[in-house]
Design a binder for this molecule. Structure first.
Ligand SMILES: [Zn+2]
Length: 245
């Protein structure tokens, strides 16, 4: 009985916090003086970006590169794209310019290339050169040989000090609003994370959770949970963008 009561209050407090995230996003839109009618104009093109901040949303992997997979064969590339699109929808409610590295199941490399994976990563990396003020957010799912590990973890680029600030906001908001038991801390990316190792703008890679953990994998495949992840990342990016404007 006591357990039930605790669970109930947890749900209530989560809903409260979740609403707070939504209100924050709506406020950002309101204060930006942006109307939904002009959202189409923000969908592409560096030519329209001007002095606005551009958020590049990178859905990891794609095409013949499926990334990690669940026990049942659900591929990371598809889950990454689903979360990335939800994040895109939320950030388009702000005044920021939003660009996706991919919106379909593709690899960003020529079919004839003999080093497709490297070309793919460089294509994503090069997009950051097209914009004056830019934030790069890469979406991935984790996997580990031991099933027990779970929880979102954010990696940041060491090349721009602001990257860690954004990573910490996402990590802390996740612990506060979605995963109260998540004690993970943000980590600096080493050379094994190619894009973060080379990029020169504020950049993070969000490992949304572990596909190797059955409970978490089920959540990561759930559209509603993906929406919660996207809301937390969107609110974090909006808060971060205000601090660098
Ligand atoms: Zn990945």
């Amino acid at each position: 009985m006591k357990k039930k009561k605790t669970y109930f209050w947890r749900q209530i407090s989560f809903l409260f916090c979740y609403s707070a995230v939504c209100i924050l996003l709506v406020s950002v839109t309101y204060f930006a003086g942006e109307s939904l009618a002009s959202i189409d104009a923000q969908r592409d093109a560096s030519a329209f970006a001007g002095e606005r901040i551009t958020v590049i949303i990178d859905a990891g992997h794609g095409g013949r590169d499926g990334g990690a997979s669940t026990e049942d064969g659900v591929l990371e590339k598809d889950l990454n794209l689903s979360v990335a699109k939800k994040l895109q929808s939320l950030l388009l409610l702000t005044d920021m310019n939003v660009v996706m590295t991919r919106e379909t199941d593709i690899m960003l490399a020529e079919e004839s290339s003999s080093h497709k994976k490297l070309d793919d990563l460089n294509s994503r990396l090069d997009m950051a050169d097209d914009f004056e003020k830019c934030i790069f957010v890469s979406i991935h799912m984790n996997k580990f040989p031991v099933e027990k590990y779970s929880g979102l973890q954010v990696y940041y680029s060491k090349n721009d000090a602001q990257s860690r600030v954004l990573a910490d906001i996402i990590q802390n908001k996740t612990s506060a609003l979605l995963q109260s038991g998540n004690a993970r801390i943000t980590k600096a990316a080493d050379s094994s994370i190619y894009i973060l190792h080379h990029i020169e703008v504020p950049a993070v890679l969000v490992e949304c959770g572990f596909l190797s953990n059955k409970t978490e994998a089920a959540l990561l495949m759930d559209e509603e949970y993906q929406g919660k992840l996207a809301a937390i990342i969107a609110a974090s990016v909006a808060e971060f963008a205000e601090s660098i404007e």
